[in-house]
Every structure is written in C-alpha cells, then in structure tokens.
Design a protein around this ligand. Structure first.
Ligand code: ADP
Ligand code: ASP
Ligand code: MG
Length: 450
C-alpha cells in the first residue's frame, strides 16, 4: 500500500481563516496525508467547558456570541458560506439547549455531549474550505469510528471495536481516494453516548487512528516548529530537538510538555509509528521526529514543567512496622481514579504528588472531599498546593556521576520541597514553589543546555 500519513492540526492552527488556509496548503502539498484530524478552533473548547459547568443566562448568551463570532469570522471568508452555515446554526442551537440543561444540572456525560461541538464545527468548516479548492475531502463523524468506554471526560479507547469501525467506515473512503477530515478528542461509548479523551486529546486521537489504519506516520502540526529543549515560551533560547526517542518524548509529555498529549505516544510505541511535530504556520522551518531509537541520545535532553501540583503527605504512627498501609492508600486512590506520580517515603509518612496531566475534560478538581474523608480514616492528611514539578529528562541519568551535584548547585538558592531520582533512567524531578518555577527552568536550562 502507498504511504499513509495521519495529520493533526491543533486549535491555533484552525483558529482563523488564514491559519486554516495554511493547513489546507499543507494537506494539499502532501499526497500522503489522507486522514486529517482537527481540534476545535482556539478558545472554543474553553468556552464550551464553561457552559457545561453551568452559568447564568447572561454569561450563556455572551459565550454563545463569542463562539459564533470565532466560527463566522472563518465562514464569512469562504467562497460559499451558505454551504456550511445551516449546519453551524443547527450546532449552535444544540449547544444552546445543552447549555440551558447544564445551568440546571451538570453531569460528565452532558459535558462531553456539549464540548464535542467545537471539533464538529472546525471540521465542517475545514471540509468546505478544501472542497472549494476542489480537493476530494469528506467529513466523517469520528464517533462512528473511535469507540471508548464510558469514563466521560477521560475515556479510554476500545481498540478492537475502533479497529472494526475503521475497517468499515474509513478504509472504503480511503480506497475511493477520498481525504478524510475528522475530529480529534471525541469518541462514543457502547450506549451511543459521546465521550472525550481529556483536554488536549486530539493528538491522542490522531495516533489512535494512525495505529488502526496501519499508517506510516503521524504528523502533529501545531504552533511551534518541533519539540524544544524546554517550552520556548518560558525560555526563548530553547533549542529544537531534531530527533528524540518515544521514551524521552513520553516522559516530556507526562511531565508537562504540552506540545504532545501524554497518551499520544502509547499507540505510536505499540505499533512503532514515527511521530513528527512541526509548525502549521511555518512548515518550511522543519520539525522534530519522534522515533524508536534515534541517535545520539544525550544525557540531558529537555526540561519539562507542570504547574499547580498538589502534594499529599500522609502520615500514620501505625505505619511503623506495619504492613498494608501503602496498599490501603493506593486502593483508595485507585478507587477515585487518581494516578500518583512522584512519591517519597519515610518511616511513618509518604509524600505523593497527584498527576493532573491529561486531566478530565470538565477540569473537575481531583481532590474531592470524599477522597480526603476516606484517606483520613487511615492517616493524617496534609495537602499542599502552589507547587510546580520540574523534570529533567534525559538518558541513563541514574548511572552517571555528578548529576546530583549539577542539580543541587543550580537549585541552591531555591526551596526544593521534594526530589524524585533513581526509579527512572529517563528523569529526575523536583517539586518547587509555583512562583519560582519559571526562574528555576531558566537557571537549569542555562546550566545544562546553554
Ligand atoms: P495545539 O493546540 O496545536 O495542540 P498546544 O498548545 O497543545 O498546541 O501545544 C503547543 C505548545 O506547547 C507550544 O506553544 C509551547 O508553548 C508548548 N510547549 C511546552 N513544552 C514544549 C516543548 N518542550 N517544546 C515545544 N513546545 C512546548
Ligand atoms: N479541543 C480539545 C481541547 O481544547 C482537544 C484538543 O485541542 O486537543 O482540549
Ligand atoms: Mg495540544
């Protein structure tokens, strides 16, 4: 079979008419790009989440106007706005009705049903844009393809069913020579209800579709020309990384590098599908290839930052010589679907950070009262907020001498709340104060990369 690429364009890439036109140029310049996955136009999902969380009538109409303006600013520049405006009106009416319901009672299922419409609108408009250029684009409702469980807000894909639906729905279109335009972020559960994969989930959708289509690669088109040694918004001198391994990129994503959704690399690793990251505004600038075993593999690769972390310190006198304390704590966290990431232990206490990355679409608070009440039955619970997790990503960090010295020397002026080192060959992480995080990233970048 000929080369097949799945391309994904993020929110800023489809934010306005010019940005969308640049995406159309990229798609039409590459005959291998036969499946295109889009995010909602920048800002739309945030507005829809606000509606889904319930707001008063005034705010609802303000938000509806804002969403309408974003979409019509693009539609009005099409050659034939009427070709999509009726469908967009229908969607806006549907959003209005769902927002009215959400103002009375919110639910996770209702949230997903409401927020899926951002991607619905962007894909309808983009399909029309390509049609006006006589490109054989066809719009597909991805809910007929991506099957998930019913964990609304952060649903997990059902790989087998997604494969079957891909074979039935997508493959015949591709065999006819059509270019499929479809939504990222959303899916459907066994009962027919709309689900979402979590904020930023369109990257994950693209990788999932690439896997079931046996694609040769996934092209993530975003607002930066590749993966950098750290977020270029924090460190303007950050350098582009030309090639990086799946493991390193997965660590970066997990520890907060927003450029890829943390789950994106799962299908890519499983099926060994290279992932490219480039800028839709400046494709000529090149980008980063994420592959299984690129060379060289430097000791220090990148720095990642996750803001607004929660640290739980759980202490119990009965932990001394006791068995089962950790098991009980983890059982409670599992029950509340919370994943723990960095952990340190002492004789009678454990400190753990809670992983918020790839968080639920509703933005719901992880630390619920029910969770705290259950934990308090076993131990004293101390909650600290306003912390940030700074991670150094690299290779064989645990076997090199001098890593700790470099780290401690640079961190000397700052209060370091916790350090995680030794479990992973690919990272060292430290928990610091939120307000010092950017400064610390800049200091570490200067010490390790410049
Ligand atoms: P999209 O809407 O296309 O999915 P995102 O905003 O989710 O785009 O991700 C792109 C952003 O990721 C960049 O604008 C950049 O600020 C941020 N980012 C964080 N860490 C990195 C990094 N190491 N390299 C590149 N970009 C990064
Ligand atoms: N539109 C969704 C979000 O803003 C998904 C995505 O952009 O990847 O989170
Ligand atoms: Mg993103």
């Amino acid at each position: 079979m000929s080369h097949l690429s799945v391309a994904k364009f993020g929110g800023t890439s489809v934010a306005n008419f010019d940005a969308m036109s640049a995406c159309a140029n990229i798609v039409m310049a590459d005959a291998n790009t036969k499946v295109v996955v889009l995010s909602a136009s920048a800002g739309v999902t945030n507005y829809l989440v606000e509606l889904a969380n319930g707001c008063d009538a005034n705010r609802r109409s303000e938000i509806l106007d804002a969403v309408r303006t974003i979409q019509y600013n693009i539609i009005n520049k099409l050659q034939k706005p009427d070709a999509v405006s009726a469908k967009i009106e229908e969607i806006l009416q549907h959003i209005t009705a769902l927002a009215d319901s959400a103002s009375l009672a919110t639910s996770l299922a209702l949230t997903d049903e409401l927020i899926c419409h951002g991607e619905m609108m962007s894909t309808l408009i983009f399909t029309q844009l390509l049609a006006e250029r006589n490109y054989p684009a066809v719009w597909v409702d991805v809910r007929n393809v991506v099957a998930t469980n019913s964990h609304f807000g952060k649903a997990a894909p059902n790989d087998e069913k997604t494969q079957q639906q891909t074979d039935a729905v997508l493959k015949p279109l591709l065999a006819e020579g059509k270019i499929v335009i479809t939504q990222g972020f959303i899916g459907r559960d066994a009962e027919g209800k709309t689900t979402t994969l979590g904020r930023g989930g369109s990257d994950y959708s693209a990788a999932l579709l690439a896997e079931v289509l046996n694609a040769n690669d996934v092209l993530i088109w975003t607002d930066v020309p590749g993966i950098y040694t750290t977020d270029p918004r924090v460190v303007p001198d950050a350098k582009r990384i030309d090639t990086i391994s799946f493991n390193e990129a997965a660590e970066m994503a997990t520890f907060g590098a927003k450029v890829l959704h943390p789950a994106t690399l799962l299908p890519a690793v499983r099926s060994n599908i290279p992932v490219y990251v480039g800028s839709s505004k400046a494709p000529e600038q090149g980008g980063t290839w994420v592959t299984r075993d690129p060379q060289p593999r430097p000791t220090f690769r990148a720095l990642a930052l996750r803001r607004n972390q929660i640290l739980l310190t759980l202490s119990s006198l009965s932990m001394l010589y006791a068995q089962g304390f950790l098991a009980n704590v983890f059982a409670i966290l599992t029950k509340h679907k919370i994943s723990v990431d960095v952990i340190t232990t002492s004789e009678v206490s454990i400190a753990i950070t809670l992983d918020k990355t790839g968080s639920a679409s509703s933005g719901a608070d992880m630390l619920s009262e029910e969770l705290l009440t259950e934990l308090r039955q076993y131990c004293n619970v101390q909650v600290e907020t306003d912390l940030a997790l700074v991670a150094i990503i690299g290779n064989n960090l645990h076997t090199q001498s001098g890593i700790a010295k470099q780290l401690f020397d640079t961190l000397a002026p700052y209060n370091v709340r916790l350090i995680g080192y030794g479990a992973s060959t690919n990272n060292v992480c430290t928990l610091v104060q939120n307000h010092e995080a950017d400064e610390i990233i800049r200091a570490l970048h200067a010490a390790l990369f410049e």
